[in-house]
Design a binder for this molecule. Structure first.
Ligand SMILES: Cc1cc2nc3c(=O)[nH]c(=O)nc-3n(C[C@H](O)[C@H](O)[C@H](O)COP(=O)(O)OP(=O)(O)OC[C@H]3O[C@@H](n4cnc5c(N)ncnc54)[C@H](O)[C@@H]3O)c2cc1C
Length: 397
């Protein structure tokens, strides 16, 4: 594993740090932590921030220059994310577009699709959502039932998607639909780009445990989508979707520790300020032990990310680190949230808006949000299955 940054990389870090120190708007500082993306005004504010980052050359940095990026290395990308977190800045808003759809279009899209969409992803002109999951197709994604039937030069879509994050503010969605119901489960699926304003498409918000509605149900009733919206080949969407998911997981493996580090710093501040049994919680030996364990965990995640990065930079393929890091991260995230509630005590139940809620209720929100960490992007049980069966060679049953 290579721990050293080159002089160029260190120079880049200084450049980004200086730019962020000058440019992160005061009202967005700290909004990367426990903040909702359900509110349309907040989303529009974050959209403006992505535009400012883009103008400065910090969005889609790893994209090739011909598609509006800088062709920067994955290492510079990691440095950028570390510095965004260090400065208290939220990350670019259009995550599904930037880390999932953009690279997928570069690999499988047509020139017309790239010309229409890539630039608008970078500028956050179009927010994208991911329409993969369905009521009976989450972990078992290949079970998806949304039908697309060819009618002239359009597909006609009928079915339902669920847990579609940001659908309520998205201009476009990338959807998986079944184009050949007679084919085997993983075959007969097609990857489609869908205009979220299409007639027949209804978005219904799903209120989450946090009280907010960041994700949605999406109902499709005779929604007409032009055949030019197919990405890759008809009935071969499963392979395209694997590309999309691989891009999502690759970058995340390297940067997962970053959000945890931000939360850990906040937790330390909380422990120092909160008086428990006549002394700051940070002086309580049990709290100290738990904070130390979380700090070690955060560092392990970082090093695991660097290990993966070194392997990729040396020309290797990403290994099982992706699954271990997601599994371990979600566990640490929930433990951190639980420790915060322990420190705060009953006040941790107060919501944002209450005058008595410590840190303006951020911890209540964070603790509830963390329940989803073990579900999204691969549930804990599925990741354990993958590691058990494919890495450790344990018997399937
Ligand atoms: C915050 C959040 C955001 C999301 N955003 C999106 C989005 O934008 N777009 C999108 O398409 N989806 C999104 N999802 C959906 C997510 O991908 C699914 O929730 C996930 O794949 C799990 O599917 P499911 O909810 O249907 O649960 P299920 O697959 O029904 O699983 C239910 C339970 O059974 C367990 N289980 C299932 N199969 C097995 C097995 N073979 N062995 C052992 N245990 C098993 C699971 O681990 C889980 O505990 C989001 C989810 C969350 C929480």
């Amino acid at each position: 594993m290579d721990f050293d940054f080159t002089p160029e990389q260190q120079g880049f870090r200084q450049e980004v740090r200086a730019w962020l120190a000058e440019n992160v708007p005061a009202d967005l500082k700290g909004r990367g932590f426990a903040s909702s993306r359900a509110d349309v005004r907040e989303v529009n504010r974050l959209r403006e921030w992505q535009r400012a980052l883009h103008k400065a050359g910090y969005v889609g940095m790893d994209w090739p220059a011909e598609y509006g990026g800088r062709g920067a290395s994955i290492m510079d990308q990691v440095i950028l994310y570390e510095e965004l977190s260090h400065s208290g800045s939220p990350q670019p808003l259009n995550r599904s577009g930037l880390s999932m759809l953009g690279p997928t279009l570069m690999k499988h899209g047509t020139p017309a699709q790239r010309a229409q969409h890539l630039d608008r992803i970078l500028t956050a002109e179009d927010i994208w959502c991911q329409g993969f999951s369905e009521p009976n197709a989450g972990s078992d994604l290949a079970n998806l039932q949304t039908r697309a039937v060819l009618d002239g030069d359009h597909y006609v879509l009928n079915g339902q998607k669920v847990w579609t994050s940001m659908a309520h503010v998205a201009a476009w969605g990338f959807f998986l639909v079944r184009t050949d119901p007679t084919a085997a489960k993983h075959k007969g699926i097609t990857f489609l780009l869908v205009d979220m304003k299409s007639p027949g498409l209804t978005i219904r918000p799903l209120r989450q445990i946090t009280g907010e509605a960041e994700f949605n149900e999406v109902f499709l009733e005779n929604v007409r989508v032009p055949v030019t919206s197919v990405v890759g080949k008809v009935n071969e969407g499963w392979g395209v979707a694997l590309t999309t998911l691989a891009y999502e997981r690759d970058v995340l493996t390297m940067i997962r520790h970053i959000s945890l580090r931000t939360a850990l710093h906040k937790l330390l501040g909380l422990a120092r300020r909160t008086i428990k049994n006549g002394r700051p919680a940070a002086e309580d030996p049990v709290v100290r032990q738990k904070i130390a364990a979380l700090s070690i965990g955060e560092r392990v995640l970082q090093l695991n990310g660097y290990r993966s990065l070194t392997k990729i930079l040396r020309g290797g393929a990403p290994g099982p680190e992706g699954s271990t890091s997601k599994l371990f991260w979600s566990q640490l995230d929930q433990e951190l949230a639980e420790l915060a509630t322990e420190i705060i005590g009953p006040y941790s139940q107060l919501m944002p808006g209450s005058a008595h809620a410590p840190d303006e209720g951020e911890w209540e929100f964070y603790c509830l949000l963390a329940r989803g960490s073990g579900i999204r992007a691969g549930t804990t049980e599925i990741l354990r299955n993958i590691l058990g069966e494919r890495v450790l060679g344990l018997p399937k049953d």
